[in-house]
Structure formats: C-alpha cells, structure tokens
Design a protein around this ligand. Structure first.
Ligand code: 1CP
Length: 353
C-alpha cells in the first residue's frame, strides 16, 4: 500500500522540505521547527474563530479545522502544520459518548472498565472519517510546500482517558487493569490501537506528509510494563500506516527511560520531552534515529536572553543526532505570547542547519 501519485510527499511538494529531510536523516536547508499545540488558545485569531463552537465540534467542521491548522503556519513561518484535531476524535467518530470539557479535557459519558464495556465499544468505520479526510485535503491544498503532520493518540494514553473516564494524574485505573484483568486490557488497547491507526491512516492518505503517535502519559509506566503491556498495542496502531512511506514520530512525556523501547515500536523519529538533553537522548538511542525536541515550555515566559541561550543550547545538543527537528518538550502553554514563538522560529532559522 502506498500514497497516491498526487500526494504532497509523492508529487514533489514536500519530499525535500526541511522537515521531511530532517526526519529522513538528510541535511535540511534550514533547521526545521514546529510546536506541539501551535494552534490554540495562545493565538487571538484562534480564540476568535472558536467563539461559541465546542472543541470537538470545531474538529469536525472541515473548513474551521483547516483554518485553525493554517493560522500558526501563517503567523510563525513554522516548518510544518499539525492537523487541528484531538486524540479522542476517533472515539467520538466511532460513536463513543465523549466530550472535551473546557478547562478539564476529555470526559467520557461512562468509563470503560469491564470486559462487557470493551465488547460494547462501537467500531470506527471508514465513512465516519470523511470530515477528517476533507479537512486534511483543504489544508494541504493551502499549505503548498509546507508539510502537514497528522497524529493520533497511542493506545495507552487513550486507554488512560477511557478507563478513568477523565484526565488523571497517576493513571492508576489503567495501570491496575493491565495487571488485574490482562485480557480486558489487551482487548481495550487493541480497540484503541485500531481506532487510532485508522484515524492516522485517513490523515496520511488525504495528504499529511508525516504521522506522530502521541503517548503523552506513557511516562507513568516502568519499562517492563511499557514493553509487555503497551508497546505491542502501539506497534499495532502503527501497523495501519507502515509502508505508506511517510515518516513516523513517537512522542511521550516523562519517557527518558523508555526512549529505546518507544523507538523499537517501529518509528523513524523519537520525540524527547524537556527533561532529557538531546545529546543524552541521542546517546541512549545509539545515534540511530533523528530526534525532535525539546525547548522547555516554561522558558517561553523567561526574559529573551535566557530563552535565547536555552534555544541555542537545544540546537547544539541536537546537532549530534542523525537529524533534528526543533519543538517544545511539550505543548505551547495557553498564556504564551505568540510573538515570542515567532522570535524563536526566527532565531532557529538564522542558525546553520
Ligand atoms: O478548547 C480548547 O481549546 C481545548 C484545548 C484543546 C486543544 C487546542 C484540547 C483539549 N485539544 C486540543 C487540540 C489538540 N489536541 C491538538 C492540536 C494540534 C496542535 O498541536 O496544535 C493535538 C495534537 C492534541 C492531542 C492531544 N489531546 C494530546 C496529546 C498531546 C499532548 O498535549 O500531550 C492529549 C493528551 C490530548 C487530550 C486533551 N485534549 C484537550 C486537553 C486539554 C487534553 C489534555 C487533558 C489532560 O490533562 O489529561
């Protein structure tokens, strides 16, 4: 299975872009940069178009989702768009009762905790993904030579919301379930893997040039649990998109001890959070893959000379890896001054790739 000849990665639009070059371990024309959560509340133009529209609703209106995706690309001259959506969209499209509550995050009508709960989960159909394909197609038509990154939630992070029914700090529910009821855990993470895999595949086929798997909460696991109880489902999610030829990135937070295991799920690039310097991450990975990261989001609020020194340090630490795409160590905080992000992009682009 491959991408169509008119896909941006295949028809010459994005294959040689700085982002894709770095993801493939080639020398880019400039050091590429994009920011997790670059679309969102830090931008006044985002707050304007979101007025009166619910979060999930805005993800499912193709023209709005496309406009929001494009806003930070126009403003900051970043090297990629990240598709405006959410990791729980595949649940919503499958028919699961889920909403994103302002100030809270994803909340389910009923948590998923028993074998019967899992067996009752509806299947995500190909037709249900039409608004996603439509939004991606509109977006890549506007983006031209700037690649769009598609994404999905990894099964553990999705299951963390499904078992708890809402955001939680320590993810005790899913961590209990994986040992107390391993069969239900496996069925749940397989369901989540297929839902996320189909969601990511729809984005890549419709025009996204790379795909990122977000396992944001994997850092609450020890290595043994990650390898035995989580990695196989993450690999299953990626099985839906392997062979398409689009670079795949794997990111989590608090994952300094899991980087090798996360690479071994079968990805091209590893995302690193702000806790581990990139030269140390590269050492742990044996110099095998390009890295993405890892400006500390906390420093976006620091005086410019402090932030500038930190960004230069990140660029230096990333130079030894087989490729480096600059990003934050986690998402843009909502209170960030967008002008600071624009200045960070200018700084990164002014330095030798
Ligand atoms: O109304 C709003 O603006 C709500 C805030 C918001 C936004 C802007 C949510 C709710 N989701 C999103 C969009 C979103 N979600 C993107 C957009 C693209 C971009 O980066 O610009 C992406 C990639 C996601 C993915 C996502 N959703 C993750 C993984 C990335 C990460 O930040 O770790 C996770 C964990 C979620 C769940 C989620 N959705 C929303 C919130 C507030 C949360 C986290 C809740 C929690 O703390 O558990």
């Amino acid at each position: 299975m491959t991408l169509s000849a008119s896909h941006p990665l295949m028809d010459g639009r994005t294959a040689d872009s700085p982002l894709i070059a770095a993801y493939r371990g080639k020398t880019p024309s400039r050091r590429p940069v994009w920011f997790m959560r670059q679309a969102g509340r830090s931008l006044p133009e985002y707050r304007r178009v979101r007025e009166g529209v619910g979060m999930l609703e805005s993800c499912l209106l193709p023209e709005l989702a496309s406009e929001i995706t494009l806003q930070p690309v126009r403003r900051h001259d970043v090297d990629a768009g990240i598709f405006f959506s959410d990791i729980v969209i595949p649940l919503k499209l499958a028919g699961v009762d889920v909403d994103i509550v302002p100030g809270v995050g994803p909340v389910l009508g009923a948590p998923v905790r028993t074998a019967a709960d899992v067996a009752a989960l509806p299947e995500l159909t190909d037709e249900a993904l039409e608004p996603i394909r439509e939004a991606v197609a509109l977006t890549v038509a506007e983006l031209g030579s700037t690649p769009l990154i598609g994404f999905a939630g990894a099964p553990f992070t999705l299951a963390a919301y499904m078992v708890e029914g809402k955001p939680s700090r320590d993810h005790l529910g899913p961590r209990t379930m994986m040992h107390a009821d391993p069969e239900t855990w496996q069925a749940l993470t397989n369901w989540a893997a297929d839902a996320s895999g189909k969601f990511l595949r729809a984005q890549l086929e419709a025009g996204a040039s790379a795909g990122q798997l977000f396992d944001s909460w994997a850092g609450s696991l020890g290595l043994a649990d990650y390898q035995a109880k989580v990695a196989p489902a993450s690999a299953r999610a990626l099985d839906h998109v392997r062979g398409l030829g689009a670079p795949l990135i794997h990111f989590g937070t608090g994952t300094s001890e899991l980087l090798v295991a996360m690479r071994d799920v079968g990805v091209d690039v590893v995302g690193v959070d702000y806790r581990l310097p990139l030269d140390e991450a590269n050492r742990r990975l044996g110099g095998t893959v390009p890295l993405q990261g890892n400006i500390d989001p906390a420093l976006l609020e620091a005086p410019w000379p402090v932030l500038e020194a930190h960004v230069r340090q990140v660029l230096e630490a990333g130079s030894g890896a087989p490729g480096h795409v600059v990003n934050l160590g986690h998402g843009v905080p909502p209170e960030t001054n967008p002008e600071v992000l624009t200045r960070v992009v200018e700084l990164i682009h002014s330095v030798e790739p």
